[in-house]
Structure formats: C-alpha cells, structure tokens
Design a protein around this ligand. Structure first.
Ligand code: PLP
Ligand code: ZN
Length: 438
C-alpha cells in the first residue's frame, strides 16, 4: 500500500514522501494531507473484517483507531504503533436533550470516553506512532488543553519524551494536571500562542523534536476513524447531519476527509451534512463562511469553552472545503446557550465539557431558525469528558459562572448543594419537601 503527503492547495498539489519530517508544503506553505492508493480495498469484505476484530484480543484490533487500519495506511509496519485502546466510544441516545433542542431523534458520539478523556486520543495514537516510525525520540506541542494531556499520555506509552509549551498565565488545571502526571516536561513561556508556535518550530529543528500540533496530517488520519467507527456502530446507515464544535478545525477536516473517502470507496452512498458550531467570542470560521475569501483572525478570542477558544484556526482551508462539499453550515452560540445545553446533557446522565455542549446549543438554534428539520437523524459529537472542567460546573450550579466580559450567566438548571444541620427529622422534612417539588 503506497502512501504520500500531498499539498492541500489545489493550485499546488506538491507531493512528499510520507517519511519526510514536514508540517507544511515547502513550495507554498499550504496544509498537507495523507493520500493513498486504495485500489485493493473491498468495502463489503472490510465491513465484515472490522466487525470480526471487535471480538479479538489483539491490541491493534482492540483499538478503535487501528481496528480500521486499512483506511489509515500510512505506517507500513505496525510495529511502531503506540496504543492505549483509544476510540471505542459509545453512541448514546440523547434522552431528554433531544426534545429540549427540538429534535425527535438525537445521538451523541461521546469522544470523552477516550483514555485521556477527549477525541485528541484518536489522532494522537497516530501522531505518536509516526514519531516512532521516524525514529524521533521527542515530541512537542503548544497547548494548555486536551492536546497536551493526550500527547503526554501517548508519548509516555510509546517511550517518547513529551515537551509541552504553554502560554504564561493561561492554564486549564484539569488538563494540565494530566500532562504533569503523564510526565511531560512543561515549559511556561512569557509569550502568546502564536509567538510560542514560532519558537517551537525553531526548537523542533534544532533539537530533533517532532511537532504534534493540530496541523499534523497523521493526527487528522486518526480522527477520521471517529466517523468510521460511528458508521460501523450504525450498521452503515448514514445520518442526515453530523454536528461538531469547531476550534482549530482539525476535527471537522478529518470528518470531511473520512466521509469523502468512505463514499468514493463505496462504503456509503451519500454524505451527511457537516454542521460546525463555534462560540460567539471565538467565531472566525463562522464569519468566513458568511462569504469572505480569507479567514480574518480574531485577536482576542473569548469563551469559557476553552477547547474552542481559538482566534486563528490553522485548518480553515480544509474545513471550508469539507463543510462546503458536504452541503453543511457553520453556526455560533452564546455563552449562556452553551451553559444551558451543557446542563441538559448532564441531566440526561451523559455530561461533557463546555466546548462539546456547543453542539446541542447549535442544534437548538438551527431548529428554531428552520435550518434543520426536527425529524432529521442527527449525531452530535461530544468531544470531551465532563470531568475536564469541574470549576466551570461548580460555578454554574452555585450561580457564580461569569461570561468573559464579566456578565453573570443564569444558572437556569442549577443544582446547588444544601447545607444542613445534623438532625434526621429536619433533613427528612427538607428532602420530602424538595423531592415533592421537583
Ligand atoms: C480540541 C477540542 C475541540 C476543537 O477541535 P478542533 O479540531 O480544534 O476544531 C473541541 N472540543 C474539545 C473537547 C477539544 O479537546
Ligand atoms: Zn503547496
């Protein structure tokens, strides 16, 4: 099986060996994507083989990424795979969250069930495996969030040294704590995100460090399997919509590539529409898709949904192509809408981190605006685990959650703990009263 990297720019399309240590096209600076000779693929055979692998105890088959290795064949030799049995995330019935948003049917594909609690694991197993294949011993990324947590885990599991660069004074403790525990060298630099990215590129070359930021084309390959696994779980019934939050836009780019490939290979005969939801204070892709040619970066992105607090998303050319070719759209939601949607997802017994809840908030708005049919078959991808951001949750339920500008958010579905005296009769009376009311 031959694999190569191809420049995504349609006027360039320069090609590179898959073993080059390269992050952008050296001709035009464009994004790179993996391309394969898929001529040996037989969809009906593979559907059965992939199903059979779910019964296997072999590590590669137990991974919800490498089980589908025929669709991501960039490695050649599987000996360099580093896996924590990522993927294998459930499709969950949305329960009461569906009618709340105005839908008859809604399922959540919950990527928060991954080993480090986010979809980044689907991509990182591929990125770390590629680093091992290239013989590079150190990996790095710039991130305060799920990328760091995931990279640290996969580096540790694969015997690589993880180095994390974080902008000064911009720390998300739940996620940083994971990175520290997995043993990542963590450097806090007195500079902003873009300055650090430039710095890291210089250091990467000097020190032989492999960069695992979101433009890494092999991470995108791994994230394709979110869609493949979802379709396998749905017995290949194509939904009408797939809804996903958008930050750096790597995930929607991966979804679109997966859908294009599955369709051209004959696994599916139509594509769902992709809907990307951004937070109002960090919505450059939403603005772009209103008709601009080039993305205008948002200089000071603001949202409590830190996983999508991105002002200058690197993967926008791919994301634009994928949303357009699926007949999709981009929506934006307010902080209050995210908070309410998140509480609804929690009340359904499911729960997620704030960025993930942008999906349900976005769906509710699209239904209200008549842009999505209430009868549609919709899958929303919940990108991260509830426990990633406990501070947000506690503040919400105790009425202390403030939006970035300082505005107090309404805790419409708040659930405040009650302080009680050590007195069985009074507690019983109080419980009877409260439980009857609710
Ligand atoms: C990274 C991340 C996102 C954003 O995904 P992009 O690929 O950057 O668009 C959304 N939600 C969570 C939980 C994430 O970790
Ligand atoms: Zn190019």
């Amino acid at each position: 099986m031959s694999a190569e990297l191809i420049c995504f720019q349609s006027q360039c399309r320069a090609r590179y060996p898959v073993t080059d240590v390269i992050y952008n096209c050296s001709q035009c600076g464009g994004l790179l994507e993996a391309a394969y000779d898929f001529s040996a693929i037989d969809p009906e055979n593979l559907k059965q083989e992939w199903r059979r692998r779910r019964m296997s105890n072999a590590p590669l088959d137990q991974s919800g990424v490498w089980r589908y290795r025929e669709i991501i064949p960039f490695l050649g030799d599987m000996g360099s795979v580093a896996t924590l049995r990522e993927g294998n995330t459930p499709l969950l019935d949305a329960g009461a969250a569906a009618p709340w948003a105005g839908l008859k049917r809604l399922t959540f594909k919950h990527q928060g069930f991954n080993p480090t609690g986010s979809f980044k694991d689907n991509g990182m197993t591929c990125g770390a495996s590629q680093a091992r294949r290239l013989g590079l011993k150190r990996v790095a990324c710039v991130s305060t969030g799920n990328t760091s947590a995931s990279m640290a885990a996969y580096a540790a599991a694969g015997g690589l040294q993880p180095v994390i660069f974080i902008p000064h004074g911009n720390i998300s403790y739940g996620k940083l704590a994971q990175a520290l525990e997995y043993g990542a060298k963590t450097l806090q630099v007195e500079a902003n995100f873009d300055q650090i990215l430039k710095l890291v590129r210089v250091l990467a070359e000097k020190l032989g460090i492999y960069l695992l930021n979101s433009i890494n084309p092999f991470r995108i390959e791994g994230q394709k399997t979110i869609i493949v696994e979802m379709m396998d779980q749905r017995d290949w019934r194509v939904p009408d919509w797939i809804v996903v939050p958008g930050g750096n836009l790597g995930n929607v780019s991966a979804f679109g590539k997966a859908l294009r490939e599955l369709r051209s290979l004959g696994f599916i005969d139509k594509s769902p529409r992709l809907a990307v939801i951004q937070a109002e204070g960090a919505a450059p892709f939403y603005e772009l898709m209103q008709g601009a040619d080039e993305l205008q970066a948002v200089e000071h992105p603001e949202t409590l949904a830190t996983a999508i607090k991105i002002g200058d998303p690197v993967s926008w050319p791919k994301a634009k192509h994928e949303v357009e070719s699926s007949g999709g759209l981009v929506g934006k939601v307010t902080e209050q809408e995210i908070a309410d949607a998140k509480a609804q997802i929690g009340r359904s017994g499911i729960g997620c981190e704030p960025a993930s809840a942008a999906t349900l908030a976005g769906i509710r708005n699209l239904i209200a605006a008549g842009r999505m049919d209430p009868e549609a078959d919709v899958v929303a991808v919940l990108t991260g685990n509830l426990l990633k951001d406990p501070d947000y949750i506690y503040r919400y339920h105790t009425g202390q959650l403030e939006a970035p500008g300082g505005n107090q958010l309404h805790s419409r579905f708040g659930n405040q703990p009650i302080v009680v005296a050590n007195d069985a009769d009074r507690i019983a009376a109080l419980l009877e009263e409260r439980l009857l009311v609710e």
